[in-house]
Design a protein around this ligand. Structure first.
Ligand code: NAD
Ligand code: ZN
Length: 326
């Protein structure tokens, strides 16, 4: 078994996983990459493949990723191409990877001009989740996962949403195991129906992500993924109200949950025309319109709604105004 981990996670959990595998009679090798998104490159992929060769990894051997989405994305990618594919097991350690990155079989690395541009669909043999690992995860990273859990509530599970609505942040943190289980069930159901994203079903998972991605790209460092998706969920719901798809009270509930978990909706300094460009150049663009999944009620979205750049622009002032009223 070759463990791929990062410089933050390996010192915390590496020894435990190594000794557990050794007790089970496995020979263990380890590759530790620098923590962070900057490691998700083809150069790093090449280094890991080189290590796999020098450890004489064969097709019946296993790559085990121990870490967040960065580690499972690059490790899963190596597992899918090394020797045309070897066994892959994911042991995710961030809330985001528990509910999202390690589930669904997408692997990828970045190119200098864009995120996740090289990758594969490659399912792990299994995913082993221990929510105990969240005890060491910084709050900022917990919040990234919470943004995705809010999304799952809105798109498929009213109960998740109501629990998030009623609970304080501290209560939510104590309830993470249940939230993780329910979130995974949703992602699993959706992915099983549309594994390779060819049927439009997987699009429901994009709620908040069409505008979210644009914000993330435009504001590389200012907004992390969770923060950008939080803004995206509120803004897309506002657009939904204009199209007569999202009832106003649904929009208001989404906005208030997002605010309650401490996501700032402040995009005051955003340059309007650049953001519009970023939105329309997003990969979900078709025929100049962006495709959104918009909530019809809490627990159900309508997929593939084409929203014109003009319609997004029209909500710009209102979004800024509305999000400012704390
Ligand atoms: N494949 C997919 O379907 C999919 C879905 C969503 C996101 N992603 C990808 O996932 C990545 C983001 O994942 P992420 O948010 O897990 O980021 P990450 O892997 O960078 O982890 C975030 C930070 O937390 C640290 N960390 C991880 N576990 C820890 C723990 N238990 N205790 C203390 N520190 C810990 C990491 O070292 C890192 O510094 C992005 O590259 C994104 O593209 C992939
Ligand atoms: Zn996301």
């Amino acid at each position: 078994v070759m463990i791929i981990s990062d410089t933050n996670v390996f010192p915390l959990y590496g020894e435990k996983v190594c000794s557990s595998l050794q007790r089970a009679g496995k020979t263990v090798e380890t590759v530790v990459i620098k923590a962070g998104e900057s490691s998700k490159t083809l150069q790093q992929t090449y280094r890991i493949i080189k290590d796999s060769s020098s450890f004489k990894m064969e097709r019946q051997d296993t790559i085990l990723t121990l870490g967040g989405g960065v580690v499972s994305d690059i490790g899963g990618f190596v597992a899918s191409v090394y020797l045309r594919g070897i066994n892959f097991v994911a042991v995710p350690t961030t809330l985001l990877s528990h509910v999202d990155a390690a589930i669904g079989g997408k692997t990828a690395v970045n190119l200098p001009w864009g995120k996740n541009l090289v990758g594969s669909f490659y399912q792990p043999g299994f995913v082993y989740i221990d929510t105990g690992t969240l005890a060491t995860l910084p709050d900022k990273e917990i919040k990234q996962g919470i943004a995705e859990i809010i999304k799952y509530g809105v798109i498929k599970n009213k109960k998740i949403f109501e629990v998030l609505e009623k609970s304080s942040l501290q209560e939510t943190k104590r309830n993470l195991r249940w939230l993780v289980e329910e979130s995974i069930k949703i992602k699993k159901q959706v992915v099983e129906k549309d594994e390779r994203e060819t049927k439009g079903i997987r699009e429901t998972l994009n709620f908040g992500h069409t505008i979210g991605h644009a914000i993330e790209i435009k504001y590389n460092k200012k907004f992390n993924h969770g923060q950008a998706v939080a803004i995206g969920m509120v803004w897309e719901s506002l657009i939904g109200t204009k199209l007569g798809i999202t009832p106003v009270n649904v929009y208001k509930r989404i906005k208030s949950v997002v605010k309650k978990y401490g996501f700032a909706l402040d995009i005051n300094k955003t340059d309007k025309s650049l953001l519009m460009d970023a939105i329309t150049y997003d990969k979900k663009t078709r025929n100049g319109a962006i495709r959104c999944s918009l909530p019809e009620r809490i627990g159900k979205t309508v997929c593939g709604i084409e929203v014109t750049a003009h319609a997004v622009q029209k909500t710009w002032e209102e979004f800024r105004h509305e999000s400012g009223d704390k």
